[in-house]
Design a protein around this ligand. Structure first.
Ligand code: ADP
Ligand code: MG
Length: 586
């Protein structure tokens, strides 16, 4: 590359091959995007079932075979050409598109950055015909035996664009993405069966389902139906809504458990996710997100899918109207669910949490708290909050008085009152330990816990084996889909529930929790810390919190907030209390 100079550089046209490869980057980011384009083509061809095989997480080989309409031999060359499509009239409106593809770019784009082999047979043809494309150059034509349908094989993805290849992750990571992408495609159109296999055997088996609930159970787990509720609604001309959503207690730590499809197309839409979230209102606490499947159908003219080459983002002509309908439908459906307002940390039936006593609420100024008993005095650095504790000669002393809802502790400080979030405090301390290179203590279980993992969870476990071990989970395979959890993280005498592993996997696959400041190591540490930490709802001893606070106090940076930026403590200075009680002159 030449250094910028003061005289203008001459402008010239790029060679067609270069243009192709730049354009390919917009459609083909990684193996999962290839899989998505090829499966969408199969959907458009009316396939009843699609079989996907990958090697090396899709980096070495991807093969997608369908039983759809096929491509006529004479059209093969056009199919792999840019801007050639059978889905739009040559001159005509792009607005009323009902197919998933229409830009005529995918096969050309994939072919320009890989070795692509397209083999297809329409039902009326006697044999299948094929064509090869190598790095954008037309290769051989051939004929083979094949049942009606199409097979596309893509090998050595990005072999001619090494820079792009460098941005990809290890095979295990890319495989996770492929699994997820297929789950999204399946949940967008459950009437088409999907299968995925890798070198080690079957990764996904998602037979065609006639109901959304049946499909959702296949992806979200066998217990999903009994812990979900249906949502239907909408307004004619605006949107038709069909959804199955997990009850509030199933809410996840990230937004990735919500699958959204618009007109049969899997999409990412902040607006839609937000509308669902708002429909749940206060029934799920702030940092948690709804899970489930949402199908929206809008009149084709009301949807712009041409926002981005991958068509993952869509624009509604009337987004507010759609979102309002959705929010209302979720709210109404939730109202019909027995005991809709599950407490924030509603425990799964039979889980240890379910047997815990109700959260205690001790009045800080009750005369009968028998002062001295169980009370702890700890020092704490500047706890942050609306205003800082005045430094004075030493640090303020704290007296822990009691906890509200097994979450917020009330403490008296040298200057007023302090409210402490037990989860944030514990999480921040663990996070610091992990970043220092520590691991979390584990406790071997007398009775190992059996967990059934979905295909996506199994792929995530493979991809995150080391991080899961560092987090204190020892997991071994027990059957085709079952795993045995032999040890769990143990933190100050409290054992983490084996089921927390599932949430951890979800997060690690998303790259971990966002942190301030951001970074890969930080995000992973934050995820692990969050799942091993004392939680909201855990009844802990004063001594436990006192130890955590002293631990925080000894950290060099004396943190004021948890890794995600939520405050650990809020300080109410004595002067504020005086003002509230109209003692300003005191
Ligand atoms: P688009 O899907 O936007 O039309 P593609 O490059 O993905 O563009 O595909 C080009 C054309 O090749 C499609 O319009 C379709 O006619 C044909 N085609 C691709 N894949 C298949 C398939 N699996 N079955 C039948 N036809 C296909
Ligand atoms: Mg296409």
């Amino acid at each position: 590359m030449s250094a910028p100079s003061r005289s203008p550089a001459p402008i010239h046209r790029l060679a067609p091959g270069t243009v192709e490869r730049i354009a390919a980057g917009e459609v083909v980011e990684r193996p999962a995007s290839v899989v998505k384009e090829l499966v969408e083509n199969a959907y458009d061809a009316g396939a009843a079932s699609v079989v996907v095989r990958i090697a090396g997480g899709g980096l070495d080989r991807i093969e997608v075979a369908d039983d759809g309409s096929g491509i006529a031999g004479d059209d093969l060359e056009l199919a792999v050409e840019r801007h050639a499509t059978s889905k739009l009239p040559a001159l005509g409106p792009v607005e009323r598109i009902a197919t998933l593809g229409f830009r005529g770019e995918a096969l050309a784009a994939i072919g320009s950055v890989s070795r692509l082999r397209l083999l297809s047979r329409p039902a009326a043809a006697a044999a299948a015909e094929g064509i090869e494309v190598v790095g954008g150059a037309r290769g051989e034509r051939f004929t083979e035996a094949r049942a009606p349908g199409t097979t596309v094989r893509v090998t050595e993805l990005f072999f001619n664009t090494p820079a792009r290849r460098k941005f990809l992750h290890a095979a295990a990571r890319e495989q996770v993405e492929v699994v997820r992408t297929l789950e999204q495609l399946y949940l967008a159109r459950p009437s088409v069966g999907l299968r995925l296999s890798g070198e080690a055997g079957e990764l996904l088996s998602l037979p065609a389902s006639s109901t959304l609930l049946e499909a959702a159970a296949r992806v979200l787990g066998g217990e999903f139906p009994e812990r979900s509720f249906p949502v239907t609604g909408g307004a004619p001309g605006t949107v038709a809504i069909e959804a199955v959503l997990g009850r509030p207690a199933l809410a996840g730590a990230t937004g990735s458990g919500l699958y959204v499809a618009v007109n049969g197309r899997p999409v990412v839409s902040r607006g839609v996710a937000q509308a669902v979230r708002l429909g749940f209102g206060e029934t799920i606490p702030r940092p948690r997100f709804p899970v489930g499947v949402v199908h929206l159908t809008v009149p084709p003219g009301q949807l712009d899918v041409n926002v981005h080459p991958t068509k993952r983002e869509v624009r509604f002509a009337a987004p507010r109207a759609v979102e309002d309908e959705l929010r209302r439908a979720v709210r109404l459906a939730l109202d019909r669910v027995p005991s809709p307002s599950a407490p924030p940390r509603a425990a799964a039936p039979g889980s240890p949490d379910a047997d815990r006593p109700a959260p205690t609420f001790e009045l800080p100024f009750s005369a009968s708290t028998s002062p001295g008993r169980q009370r702890q005095l700890v020092g704490l650095g500047d706890p942050g909050g609306p205003s800082a504790v005045p430094g004075g000669s030493g640090r303020p002393r704290l007296e822990l008085l009691g906890a509200i809802d097994a979450l917020y502790w009330v403490a008296s400080s040298d200057d007023g009152l302090l409210l402490i979030d037990q989860h944030a405090a514990s999480e921040r301390l663990l996070y610091a330990r992990l970043l220092e290179g520590g691991t979390i203590a584990r406790q071997t279980l007398v009775d190992p816990v059996l967990l059934t993992l979905t295909a996506a969870q199994r792929a995530e476990l493979d991809a995150n084996a080391a991080a899961v071990r560092d987090a204190g989970f020892e997991v071994e395979r027990f059957g085709p889909t079952s795993y045995r959890v032999r040890s769990v993280p143990a933190y100050r005498g409290r054992l983490v529930r084996a089921e927390e592993l599932l949430g951890l996997l979800r997060e690690l696959s998303d790259g971990g929790r966002p942190t301030v400041p951001d970074g890969v190591a930080e995000r992973r540490a934050a995820s692990i810390a969050c799942h091993a930490a004392v939680r909201a709802g855990d009844v802990i001893e004063r001594t436990t919190l006192a130890e955590i606070l002293s631990g925080l106090d000894r950290l060099s940076d004396r943190p004021r907030s948890c890794p995600h930026g939520r405050p650990i403590a809020v300080h109410l200075p004595r002067s504020r209390l005086d003002r509230w009680f109209l003692r300003s002159g005191a």
